[in-house]
Design a protein around this ligand. Structure first.
Ligand SMILES: C[S@@+](CC[C@H](N)C(=O)[O-])C[C@H]1O[C@@H](n2cnc3c(N)ncnc32)[C@H](O)[C@@H]1O
Length: 210
């Protein structure tokens, strides 16, 4: 495995979902320690604080790309209990399972059809997943489908990818089609201030309308 200070770049550079899955499987046991100590990863806190302004406790929530459950931990501190998790990597989900945060965990791939019925959730949250070499913009179609009308889809997104990775057009397309409308957009912030000080995110909150 790569040295810890290179592991974010290492997962960004995966050439396929299979390679990405293998790299996260390999990283899983060290992920929480690295993200805290080497990168000062703050996106779970930033995203869940914004999420809580829109989504009441008691809501049925999907943590999409839950990883080891850092977002679930923040949600639990805010009083949320009805949380489900999906992720590409079973190794990451196994770390999350040990924390006892989620009602159910399943391996699924964002960008492909998700194994949930339409309108299954009150809200979806996805942090650190819409980033270089990870989930594509068209994954939002399925996240909007499985969220009930009036519910929320909240996610972090790299600012450079929004402009250049097809996200701007896809997000606007869903709005023009009447699938969702923007409820809140955070100011830009630095999610990895220690190890990757040039990376900038914003948190997007959309309300599903159809
Ligand atoms: C940077 S980690 C973020 C994990 C967690 N949300 C957090 O904030 O710590 C990215 C996670 O997304 C997962 N992932 C990447 N691409 C994915 C995809 N297309 N579908 C589902 N999960 C994916 C990875 O396996 C990994 O667990």
């Amino acid at each position: 495995m790569q040295e810890s200070h290179n592991r974010v770049q290492w997962v960004y550079s995966s050439s396929s979902n299979q390679e990405l899955e293998e790299r996260y499987d390999e990283w899983a046991a060290q992920y929480d320690k690295d993200l805290a100590e080497e990168f000062a990863w703050n996106a779970p806190q930033t995203a869940t604080e914004l999420f809580a302004k829109h989504v009441p406790a008691g809501s049925k929530i999907l943590d999409a790309g839950a990883g080891t459950g850092l977002v679930g931990e923040c949600l639990a501190k805010l009083g949320y209990r009805n949380i489900y998790a999906i992720d590409l990597s079973l190794g990451m989900l196994e770390e999350a399972r040990q924390k006892g945060l989620y009602k159910d965990m399943r391996q699924m791939t964002l960008g492909e059809e998700l194994g949930y019925d339409t309108d299954s959730f009150d809200a979806v949250i996805s942090v650190g997943v819409f980033t270089t070499g990870h989930a594509p913009a068209h994954a939002f179609d399925e996240l909007a489908r499985i969220t009930r009308p009036g519910g929320f889809v909240v996610f972090s997104l790299r600012v450079d990818l929004y402009e250049e990775g097809g996200f701007k057009e896809h997000q606007a397309g869903l709005e023009e089609d009447g699938q969702w409308k923007l409820a809140e957009l955070s100011e830009p912030y630095y999610p990895l201030p220690k190890g990757e000080p040039d990376v900038v995110h914003r948190i997007w909150a959309y309300q599903v309308t159809a």
